[in-house]
Write a protein that binds this ligand. Structure first.
Ligand SMILES: C[S@@+](CC[C@H](N)C(=O)[O-])C[C@H]1O[C@@H](n2cnc3c(N)ncnc32)[C@H](O)[C@@H]1O
Length: 288
């Protein structure tokens, strides 16, 4: 990945470690449900590949879910893979855990064996040509192997529609600027190809047989934990930093108030903060 660009759609993954890790840790109950569902569809894989693993929280959950499998975390970011390795050591799964550093999808050519399960969690949409990447993922599957794609989640909700100040519906308006940011991010990726995001159709076009779609919830109702609050604060702070210029002055002021630790009405203190998130997993099998 290129770094230190002036445009705001270029994500510096190397420095995202702590945030990605905290988020995936908070989302662990969601991943546990998703992986339990997956384990019924792909029993006893020998090799599990986590494509775009980041700091390896989900990779280690994959290791727990499939105790007989070797696990390979693949990512372009060396610093994130260092975190993944450290985590695997801490959790006692390092003896069957490897990392592979390089650009997806080409780096998958360096795998020694075909994967029986390839998990791509929120990584495909960072690749310019998603159709070509899916074809390359499919090619690295064993016969009977499963590709599991986590894409197309709903925008998370953290606050009631009316929070007592500012114009009601703030999060719906944040969704709009985030969707626009996402479109620019995609358009500016190297080799970007516009694609209709019909994931089962794209999986079929990659020569796989779509085998399931399911959405998993993370439901942390108010009053919520400090950890959930920290996630909400970090997410809104990033939105303020990256997209603040695209909001109107009222919404910017509302966000600033929500982020001010000295304000009793901020997300650091208010009792009505919650996390409600929904993420979808699509599976497909290599039949031949
Ligand atoms: C949103 S993060 C998801 C991390 C993890 N799968 C999770 O769900 O927590 C996307 C990951 O994809 C990786 N990534 C983005 N573009 C990549 C590329 N071209 N090749 C390899 N990895 C890439 C990033 O380094 C990052 O770790």
């Amino acid at each position: 990945m290129a770094h230190h660009h002036h445009d705001h759609t270029d994500v510096d993954w190397d420095e995202m470690g702590p945030r990605l890790e905290a988020q995936a840790e908070l989302f662990t109950p969601l991943y546990e449900h998703a992986l339990a569902w997956l384990a019924k569809r792909q029993t006893e894989p020998g090799l599990v590949v986590d494509a775009g693993s980041g700091p390896g929280v989900v990779t280690c959950l994959l290791a727990d879910t499939f105790p007989g499998a070797r696990i390979v975390a693949v990512d372009a970011s060396g610093p994130l893979l260092d975190r993944a390795r450290t985590r695997a050591e801490r959790l006692g799964v390092a003896d069957r855990f490897d990392t592979l550093t390089g650009e997806l999808p080409g780096v998958l050519g360096d795998l020694d064996y075909p994967a029986d399960l390839l998990w791509a969690g929120r990584s495909l949409h960072h690749l310019g040509d998603q159709r070509a990447a899916l074809a390359a993922f499919a090619e690295r599957l064993s016969i009977g192997g499963t590709l599991a794609l986590q894409e197309g989640s709903l925008p998370s909700r953290f606050l009631p529609r009316d929070i007592g100040f500012g114009r009601p519906g703030l999060q719906a308006r944040l969704d709009v600027v985030e969707a626009e940011w996402f479109a620019r991010m995609r358009a500016e990726l190297p080799g970007s190809v516009a694609e209709t995001e019909d994931w089962p159709a794209l999986l079929a076009a990659a020569g796989l047989r779509p085998s399931g779609t399911r959405t998993f919830l993370l439901d942390l109702p108010a009053p919520t934990t400090d950890r959930a609050r920290a996630h909400v604060a970090a997410t809104l702070a990033r939105t303020r930093e990256v997209l603040g210029d695209r909001l109107d002055a009222d919404d910017r002021a509302t966000l600033d108030r929500l982020l001010d630790p000295g304000d009793e009405a901020s997300v650091h203190h208010r009792p009505d903060v919650f996390v409600l998130a929904a993420q979808t997993v699509f599976t497909a099998v290599r039949a031949r």
